[in-house]
Write a protein that binds this ligand. Structure first.
Ligand SMILES: [Cu+2]
Length: 361
């Protein structure tokens, strides 16, 4: 028995060595490629493919998905790689011309990017939704620590029917954004970093699409992310069949301490800090009647200086800061809320300011 195998051992050994060599090379290539190919997505409210990967990634052959989660089922059938690689939904070299690069009806696949790998995300239908309030935040996880030149958050207009209509640019309204924020200012995660962007979409009820554009900072790389949401927390499987009146804002958040006055109030909190700087957020709440605009002012006690801001226009004069509403978050219903944020440099002593709010009615 021993002579026969031995006679063949040279070609076998060579083939085996080749196979092992190829495997090692592939593993090495994969190991080297992975950090570079790691990117990110909106994880809350979950983007379409991130949500499918979360719910079914470990069980994607389960036929129950076809009835329980048909949109994820068709997406997994089309290309499971588009679910595993939920962080790779981007385009490059768009130069900020997002609307020119992406035709209507293709917004969720980033204009059929990556040779059409993500086309299934444009499918119209009952994608699973995340319940959110009219004042909400998106969380974006960035595994590669690219940071952002900007992040823009849009929501479909009230009356848009995501169950029957393709998503077009004309259906969207900008409801929140942040400007340049390097990854060093984002929150550290087990894998990469994350950031939250506050947004405010008054008057929305029922099923909507949150559309996020993340312009990464390391090169001209733009991410286009669809998250299906439900304003008001109704059952995602039974969407309203009629257009609800826009004059009655939903009363989803019972205020624990309703402001008794007209005008507005502002509360400050530090959302994160690091050596030499911090990120702050101010929540603006309308009084007992609706307001058309707001101005928040405060004075720094320790020479803090704002370097970037979002969802408002901020001007500083010495230690006094004035923040005015952005065009899209000035109008608040009675007791309605919105928030804006900023990044500032500061010394080791960082006394929280006491902001004052003035309303335009
Ligand atoms: Cu990337």
């Amino acid at each position: 028995m021993s002579t026969l195998p031995r006679r063949r051992s040279t070609p076998r050994m060579a083939a085996w060595l080749l196979a092992v060599g190829a495997t090692v090379a592939m593993l090495l290539a994969t190991a080297l490629a992975n950090p570079a190919s790691a990117h990110g997505s909106v994880v809350d409210p979950a983007s379409r493919n991130y949500g499918c990967w979360q719910r079914w990634g470990a069980d994607h052959m389960n036929p129950a998905m076809a009835t329980q989660d048909p949109m994820c089922w068709q997406a997994f059938q089309a290309d499971p790689q588009a679910m595993w690689n939920w962080m790779g939904l981007f385009r490059e070299g768009v130069a900020g011309n997002h609307q020119a690069a992406i035709p209507d009806g293709q917004l969720c696949s980033a204009g059929r990017t990556q040779s059409g790998q993500y086309n299934s995300l444009d499918t119209i239908g009952a994608w699973k939704t995340t319940s959110i309030a009219n004042s909400f935040r998106i969380q974006l996880n960035d595994q590669a620590s690219h940071g952002a030149d900007y992040i823009r958050v849009y929501v479909t207009k009230q009356g848009f029917d995501a169950l029957t209509k393709p998503l077009g640019w004309g259906d969207l309204e900008l409801v929140g954004q942040i400007g340049n924020t390097p990854a060093s200012q984002w929150k550290r995660e087990a894998s990469g970093v994350s950031i939250q962007v506050p947004a405010n979409a008054p008057g929305r009820t029922g099923r909507h699409i949150v559309y996020t554009i993340w312009q990464a900072s390391h090169l001209d790389q733009s991410y286009y992310l669809c998250s299906d949401v439900d304003f008001g927390g109704g059952s995602p499987t039974t969407p309203p069949t009629t257009t609800p009146p826009t004059t009655t804002p939903p009363t989803t958040t019972p205020p624990t301490t309703p402001p008794a006055t007209s005008g507005c109030t502002a509360t400050y909190r530090t959302t994160s800090f690091w050596n030499g700087g911090f990120q702050g957020e101010i929540e603006v709440t309308a009084g007992s009647s609706a307001i058309k605009g707001w101005t928040v002012t405060w004075t720094w006690a320790n020479g803090q200086q704002i370097s970037s801001y979002w969802s408002s226009t901020v001007t500083s004069s010495g230690s006094t800061v004035t923040a005015r509403n952005a065009p899209y978050n000035g109008s608040l219903a009675a007791r309605g809320k919105t928030s804006f944020g900023f990044v500032a440099s500061g010394a080791s002593t960082n006394t929280a300011p006491t902001p004052t709010c003035t309303a335009t009615v």
